[in-house]
Design a protein around this ligand. Structure first.
Ligand code: ADP
Ligand code: MG
Length: 561
């Protein structure tokens, strides 16, 4: 074939592939257009995960009647004119690619009316070709309706997830813009159900309440005088009390553009260093304002990634602003802070030679070294609220959460068993039948192996029904079914499934609960076993097992020093 320039329709299709990855991309582009048009109200309506219908209604500037067709031409934009403009972008759009790309892969209708024009315009397109144009009345603003997305692109359609998942992505996009533009009233309806409605009163807090709920909002701290030089950092970060197990609660906006940035996520997580339990991630809404010339937004077709000219400076500014906010606004140190500070120096781990570890005759040499030395000798005094063990150590008072301590002990026991002679199994007198949901079943089928390793013997029995013949011994008399269900419900989140099974077993072994009366002897035994663990100060979930009130703290508290 000779070389030739591709025809316009093929070019649009190729561009559409980059710009319109899934229904949420369409919503993102249309919402950005509405924001660029200065809208104060933006309504989004979605059906069938966005494949059947996406409609975005705004009260922005509208498109003048004479430019309506042009808006659908490739590389046609009202937002930049020159190369210099490209270097100083203030609008969200500038490539002039969204509308033609969307029109290339869906049926589109547009109704728009610009300020001062007596009547609006209706335009419809199919496969990128205009099929109808007429005058239509409309108050100032624009409505874009997109139907049958990807109907002519089966490869894309097949790649889409369930309608619920695609709706979820759309809700995420609209939520992000509601966070970035608190002065705009957003509404989102998914299959007729109201999914989001922001007040549009200009308060970030309002948007946070709407998106994350009052419980999270209550713990958000405002970033105070953040930034250095030409970089300004604004927004809110969650106190460590509202940590999450995923990074989905980190939002970054650069000059109000929503971006994904591993660099920024890292900067924020660094700022929380030592304040969050392992595996936990913060909640944060961070606006970075920089001179447009300091940032290149033209590095990604959907503009979701940007490049800073001075990356190090931005990183440092974000980290400092967040850290200062956390330290300045954290509640007055209480006994909890003392407990966090109590983690032993990591030096201990490296200097402790196996010979100083309490030697268990049968312990295989590769078994995790115990760090008895990291816990001082504790003298059990009694029990508080049937949940906490009160103990005296060489330096003051220790309160031990009996349930958390027990979880830590069991967790390490099963992990050790698995590495060593194998997990102790308990056969059930009669095989038990369990039923699972389709979602649980998918998880179960991909994790037979790990479950087996920990002593669960499970086999298919009927439709979404399974036969359990044996369970880990540690769960024998306990709630093994609850442990199994909890595991199957966590799904694929987090990668280390063996760790997850060990945690579930520890959680449900249930021999020691909060609210359970323990004898002095039982408490001593628990503390002794806790001393044997490699990480005595936290439970497998990362919560503390104990709080420490030092002698100095006591003296200070009683005004003796
Ligand atoms: P870009 O946003 O990069 O300019 P688009 O293809 O998204 O490119 O839109 C093309 C043009 O159509 C925009 O530059 C703008 O002038 C006009 N436009 C699109 N959507 C709207 C809207 N909701 N309100 C007003 N004008 C719009
Ligand atoms: Mg645009």
């Amino acid at each position: 074939m000779p070389i030739r320039v591709l025809d316009e329709r093929i070019v649009s299709h190729i561009a559409a592939g980059e710009v319109v990855e899934r229904p949420a991309s369409v919503v993102k582009e249309l919402v950005e257009n509405a924001l660029d048009a200065g809208a104060s109200q933006i309504g989004v309506e979605v059906r069938g995960g966005g494949v059947s219908l996406i409609r975005v209604v705004d009260n922005g500037a509208g498109i003048p009647a004479g430019e309506v067709e042009l808006a659908f031409a490739r590389h046609a934009t009202s937002k930049i004119e020159s190369l210099a403009d490209l270097q100083a972008i203030r609008s969200l759009g500038f490539r002039g690619e969204a509308l033609p790309s969307i029109a290339a892969v869906a049926q589109v209708e547009l109704v728009t009316c610009a300020e001062g024009e007596p009547v609006g315009t209706y335009l419809s397109l199919e496969d990128g070709v205009i099929t109808s144009r007429k005058s239509q009345a409309r108050p100032r603003g624009t409505t874009v309706t997109v139907r049958n997305l990807f109907r002519k692109v089966p490869a894309r359609l097949k790649f889409l997830k369930s309608a619920a998942t695609e709706s979820g992505h759309i809700a995420h996009v609209v939520s992000q813009y509601a966070l970035a533009f608190p002065e705009v009233a957003f509404s989102l309806f998914l299959d007729g159900r109201k999914a989001l409605k922001s007040a549009g009163r200009g308060q970030l807090m309002d948007s946070i309440i709407e998106v994350y709920g009052a419980q999270v909002a209550q713990h958000m701290l405002e970033i105070a005088d953040g930034g250095t030089g030409s970089i300004e950092i604004k927004g809110m970060v969650g106190s460590p009390a509202v940590s999450r197990s995923g990074r989905g609660y980190l939002s970054f906006f650069i000059n109000r553009r929503w971006v994904n940035s591993r660099l920024l996520a890292w900067a924020v997580e660094e700022a929380y260093h030592g304040l969050l339990a392992a595996e936990k991630h913060p909640v944060a809404v961070i606006n970075i304002l920089v001179p447009p010339s300091e940032v290149d937004v033209n590095v990604h077709p959907t503009k979701s990634e940007v490049k800073f000219h001075n990356e190090r400076q931005v990183f440092a500014a974000v980290q400092r602003a967040v850290r200062q906010t956390l330290l300045a606004q954290m509640p007055v140190p209480k006994i909890e802070e003392v407990a966090t500070a109590y983690s032993p120096p990591s030096k201990l781990e490296t200097t402790l030679s196996p010979s100083t570890a309490p030697s268990k005759p049968s312990a295989p040499p590769q078994a995790p070294r115990t760090l008895a030395a990291s816990l001082p000798v504790l003298r059990v005094l009694g029990q508080l609220m049937n949940s906490y063990i009160v103990a005296e150590g060489p330096d003051g008072l220790y309160l031990i959460d009996q349930h958390a301590a027990h979880e830590r002990i069991v967790f390490e026991k099963v992990r050790q068993q698995r590495l060593g002679q194998g997990v102790e199994v308990q056969g059930l007198l009669e095989p038990a039948v369990i039923e699972v949901t389709p979602q649980q079943e998918a998880v179960l089928r991909s994790h037979y192996a790990e479950l087996e390793e920990f002593g669960f013997s499970i086999e298919p029995f009927g439709e979404r029904t399974y036969l359990v013949r044996a369970v880990p011994h540690l769960l024998g008399g306990a709630d093994w079914a609850g442990a199994l269900r909890a595991l199957l419900d966590t799904g694929e989140e987090g990668t280390d499934w063996t760790e997850k099974v060990a945690i579930a077993i520890a959680c449900h072994s249930g021999a020691v609960r909060a609210g359970q009366v323990l004898s002095l002897e039982e408490m001593r035994e628990l503390v002794r076993q806790l001393e044997q663990t490699s990480t005595p100060h936290t439970c497998p979930h990362g919560r503390p097992t104990m709080l420490h009130l030092s002698s100095r703290e006591l003296e200070r508290g009683f005004g003796r020093s």
